[in-house]
Design a protein around this ligand. Structure first.
Ligand code: SF4
Length: 643
C-alpha cells in the first residue's frame, strides 16, 4: 500500500449504504490531505444553514499522508464537521493507533452521513465495511465500549467511540480512542446525533514509501536527532505539564474563570509533583516521544484514579480555572471526562463559569442542584461533571456550553461566558499574550489554542521577528502566518509535540521519499496550501453568515484589567479593531473579514469565490471584496467517482 491510499470510505447511516470513492487528483494537489481534505469535502457537501445535529451534517475522520509509516509523530488522526457548539467548521485532533489503522484499511478519510434510527457502529476490515447493531453498547462508557468491541473483533481492533455524553448530545462531547480524544468542537456530539456509537477498524498493513531507501534514511536521521533533542527529552519526561511553569511566568495561566493570570495554588501542578504519581509513558503509533504520562493518584479521596495525563490544558481546566489546587481531583476529573466522553477544556470552562455566577450571586445553590459551587470545591465539581454527561438538572444547562447557557440564564451572565464564537476558551490568558487573543478571535473554529500558536509570544521565538507579547498592535501578520503554518502541518496531521527539531529539509526528504511528489517538498507551496485551507474554512463560515462582528473576544478581555499576572497585571486588549485590520490585510480579506475575490482567485478557488460573492451580495455584506480578477484556474468540482 502506498502512502496515499487515494480512497475515501463513505457510510450513509440512513440507508446503510457503504461506498468507496477515489479522491480527485485536483483535491490531492490543492489540499494534500488531513485538514485540507476535510474542509474541501465539508465545503462542497454541506449546505449552509443545516442543523449540525441533523442528518444533513457529515462527520469526517481523516489521516495524513505519512500515517502508518515509520516516520515519527505523523500518525495522528482528525475529526471535522459542522460544530454543534459554534455553527462553524469544527476540527479536532486525536492520537493513539486509530489514524494508522484507517490508513492500513486503505482510506485517507471516512465520511459518515445521514442518521441511523437505532444505535449502530461501523466495522471496517480488509474484506469489507459493515454497519452493525450497537444497541447493547449504548449507555456504556468509552472504556467499556472498547472492551466489548475488542471482545467481538479481537484485541487488535482499533476503536474510536463516544461515551454517554455524546449519546446525550452534550455539545462538547469527544470521540475517544483508548484514552486519547478528539476533544474539541463537539465532534463526538455529531456522532451521537447520528446514533453512531463507534468506528472499529481491523486492519494490519504495511505502507510502502515511493522510495523506501531514501525514506528509511530520512527516518533514521529523524530518530537520531530525536534521541538527544532537549525538547523531545522534556516531553518524554514530563509531557505538557512543563507548560505550567511557562504560563505562570508569563502571567497567562487563566485563574478563576479568567479573572487573574496567576494561580496561588500553582505549586501543586509543577512537574515535580507529578513524578511520584507517574507509572509509565504512553505513545501514539510510531512516536518515540511518547509524551503521554500515565499518573495514578496514590492517596486521599481520589486514590486509584488514573489518567493518561493530565495535559497542561486539563491541569488548568480543573485547576486554576475552578480555583482548585488538589492534583488528585484534577486527575479524577480528567478520568471521569475520558470515560464519559467530555472535552476537559469545555467542561472545566463551563464549571468555572458556573462558579463565577455563584460567586456573583447570579445563580444560587438551589439553581445549581444544591451544589456549593464555591471556588475549589472539587467534590461538587466531580458531581457536576457527571450531571453534565447525564444531562441532569443544572448539568443540562452547562452541557449546552457557556454561550448558550449564559443566554438562557440572562441576568448579565454573558459577561462571564469565556468563549470565542461559542467555543470555550482554553488555558492561555489572552491579555498576557495578545497575539494569542487575536488568534482566538479570528480562529475559524472558535476559541482554540491549536488554530494558530504564536510561539513568538510564548517562547520568545524570533522567527520571523521578535514580538512584544503585551503590545496591542503589530501582530496581524504573525497570527496570519502561524495559522497558515498550523493548517499546513495539519494536512500531514503532524503532531506538534512529536516533531521536536524537525527541519524543513528533513520534512521535505520525508514527504518526497514517501510520496514521490516533489511538489510536497516545496515549503512555500505547503504554506500556500495552509493559506488555502484557512481561506476555505473562513469561506465556510462566511457562507454561514459570519463576518467581522464574530471575530471578537469576551468583553472581559477588552475592558477588564487583568489581575495578579506579574508584568501583565492591568493589561487589557484595547485595540482589537486595529489588530483585526492588520490580520485581514495580511490575508487579503476585506474590512468585513471576508476573503476578497482576488485572494480566492489567487488561491485557485474560483468556485468558492463565486459562491461567496452570491451569498454576500444577497446579504449586503460584500462592500469591498472586489479584488483582482486575474485568470487563475479555479478548483473544479470534479465528480467524485464511486467504485
Ligand atoms: S508526541 Fe505525544 S501526542 Fe504527539 S504523537 Fe507522540 S505520543 Fe502522540
Amino acid at each position: 500500500m502506498s502512502t496515499y491510499a487515494g480512497r475515501l470510505l463513505r457510510v450513509d447511516l440512513t440507508t446503510r449504504a457503504v461506498t468507496i470513492e477515489q479522491i480527485p487528483e485536483q483535491t490531492k494537489r490543492d489540499f494534500v490531505g488531513g485538514r485540507g481534505f476535510g474542509i474541501r469535502y465539508l465545503f462542497d457537501e454541506l449546505k449552509p444553514g443545516i442543523d449540525p445535529l441533523g442528518p444533513e451534517n457529515k462527520l469526517i475522520l481523516l489521516t495524513g499522508v505519512l500515517a502508518g509509516t515509520s516516520a515519527q509523530g505523523f500518525s495522528k488522526w482528525m475529526a471535522m464537521t459542522k460544530s454543534p457548539l459554534t455553527g462553524c467548521v469544527g476540527r479536532s485532533v486525536g492520537g493513539g493507533n486509530f489514524g494508522a489503522a484507517l490508513k492500513f484499511a486503505g482510506f485517507d478519510l471516512v465520511i459518515v452521513e445521514g442518521r441511523s434510527e437505532t444505535p449502530v457502529y461501523v466495522h471496517a476490515q480488509s474484506d469489507g465495511v459493515r454497519v452493525l447493531d450497537a444497541r447493547d453498547l449504548w449507555g456504556l462508557d468509552t472504556e467499556r465500549t472498547q472492551q466489548v468491541l475488542r471482545s467481538v473483533h479481537g484485541a487488535n481492533a482499533q476503536i474510536a467511540c463516544i461515551g454517554p455524553a455524546g449519546e446525550k448530545l452534550v455539545r462538547y462531547a469527544t470521540i475517544t480512542h483508548g484514552r486519547r480524544t478528539a476533544s474539541r468542537c463537539g465532534v463526538g456530539t455529531v456522532m451521537g446525533a447520528k446514533n453512531l456509537k463507534a468506528v472499529a477498524v481491523n486492519a494490519a498493513g504495511q505502507i510502502t514509501p515511493d522510495d523506501p531507501i531514501a525514506f528509511q534514511r530520512a527516518v533514521q536521521t529523524q530518530v537520531k536527532m530525536l534521541k538527544t533533542h532537549p525538547r523531545r527529552v522534556k516531553m518524554t519526561t514530563s509531557g505538557t505539564t512543563s507548560l505550567v511553569e511557562v504560563a505562570d511566568r508569563l502571567g497567562c495561566f487563566p485563574t478563576r474563570n479568567f479573572q487573574a493570570g496567576r494561580f496561588e495554588g500553582i505549586e501543586a501542578f509543577l512537574p515535580a509533583h507529578f513524578a511520584g504519581m507517574k507509572t509509565r509513558n504512553f505513545g501514539c503509533y510510531s512516536c518515540m516521544t511518547r509524551c503521554g504520562q500515565v499518573h495514578v493518584v496514590a492517596e486521599g479521596q481520589y486514590a486509584g484514579a488514573f489518567s493518561e495525563g493530565p495535559e497542561y490544558e486539563t491541569i488548568w481546566a480543573f485547576g486554576g480555572q475552578v480555583g482548585n489546587a488538589d492534583l488528585g481531583a484534577v486527575i479524577a476529573a480528567e478520568a471521569a471526562c475520558d470515560l464519559l466522553g467530555l472535552d476537559t477544556i469545555s467542561t472545566g470552562n463551563c464549571i468555572g463559569f458556573a462558579c463565577e455566577l455563584f460567586e456573583k450571586g447570579i445563580i444560587n445553590t438551589r439553581e445549581a442542584d444544591d451544589l456549593d459551587l464555591s471556588w475549589g470545591n472539587h467534590p461538587a465539581f466531580l458531581k457536576l461533571v457527571q450531571k453534565i454527561a447525564d444531562r441532569e438538572g443544572f448539568g443540562t444547562l452547562l452541557g449546552e456550553g457557556v454561550k448558550r447557557a449564559a443566554e438562557r440564564i440572562g441576568r448579565g451572565a454573558h459577561r462571564y461566558a469565556m468563549h470565542a464564537k461559542g467555543l470555550e476558551l482554553p488555558a492561555y490568558e489572552p491579555r498576557a499574550i495578545k497575539g494569542y487573543g487575536l488568534s482566538y478571535a479570528t480562529s475559524n473554529i472558535g476559541g482554540s489554542h491549536m488554530y494558530g500558536r504564536p510561539r513568538q509570544e510564548i517562547y520568545g521565538t524570533p522567527d520571523p521577528r521578535p514580538v512584544d507579547r503585551l503590545a496591542d498592535e503589530g501582530k496581524g501578520d504573525i497570527i496570519a502566518l502561524v495559522q497558515k503554518q498550523q493548517a499546513a502541518e495539519e494536512v500531514i496531521v503532524t503532531c506538534t509535540f512529536g516533531n521536536s527539531g524537525l527541519s524543513a529539509d528533513l520534512l521535505r526528504d520525508l514527504l518526497i521519499s514517501a510520496t514521490g511528489n516533489r511538489e510536497l517538498g516545496d515549503a512555500a507551496r505547503l504554506e500556500q496550501v495552509g493559506e488555502r485551507i484557512v481561506c476555505l474554512e473562513r469561506a465556510f463560515n462566511v457562507r454561514e453568515g459570519l463576518d467581522r462582528k464574530d471575530d471578537t473576544l469576551p468583553q472581559r478581555m477588552l475592558t477588564e484589567p487583568l489581575q495578579n499576572a506579574g508584568s501583565a497585571t492591568g493589561e487589557v486588549i484595547r485595540k482589537l479593531d486595529s489588530m483585526l485590520d492588520e490580520y485581514y490585510n495580511a490575508l487579503g480579506y476585506t474590512h468585513d473579514g471576508i476573503p476578497s475575490r482576488g485572494k480566492m482567485l489567487e488561491l485557485g478557488m474560483l468556485d468558492v469565490a463565486n459562491e461567496i460573492a452570491v451569498g454576500c451580495l444577497d446579504e449586503g455584506r460584500l462592500q469591498d471584496a472586489s479584488g483582482s480578477s486575474g485568470a487563475v484556474s479555479g478548483h473544479a468540482k470534479e465528480r467524485h467517482s464511486r467504485q
